[in-house]
Design a protein around this ligand. Structure first.
Ligand code: SF4
Length: 92
């Protein structure tokens, strides 16, 4: 859990260096970039946003983070970190 939080804190401030893995012509949704998902997950874990349906839907939109995972130069697995931290936040 601590490792996942550290990963999210780093990724939230990264300028999406992995974005090149997102296919040309695919919709670019800033709210679903890896760094955006990381930032939102941190807000959830730190109770700065309430765990409602809109947050769950936003964090479930992991297509871009999945596509970009292999291109992260730091080797981070953001979908896994989001799932670990958001799952704990929803449970607790
Ligand atoms: S997954 Fe890696 S490259 Fe992509 S935004 Fe996060 S830290 Fe940056």
């Amino acid at each position: 859990m601590a490792d996942a939080m550290a990963t999210l804190r780093f990724c939230a401030w990264c300028p999406n260096l992995c974005r090149s893995a997102w296919p040309d012509g695919a919709p670019q949704r800033e709210a679903s970039t890896p760094s955006a998902l990381s930032a939102l997950t941190l807000m959830l874990a730190e109770r700065r946003v309430a765990p409602d349906a809109s947050i769950a839907a936003a964090l479930g939109d992991t297509a871009m983070a999945e596509a970009c995972r292999a291109a992260c130069p730091y080797g981070y697995d953001i979908p896994a970190a989001v799932a670990a931290v958001a799952g704990a936040a929803h449970a607790g």
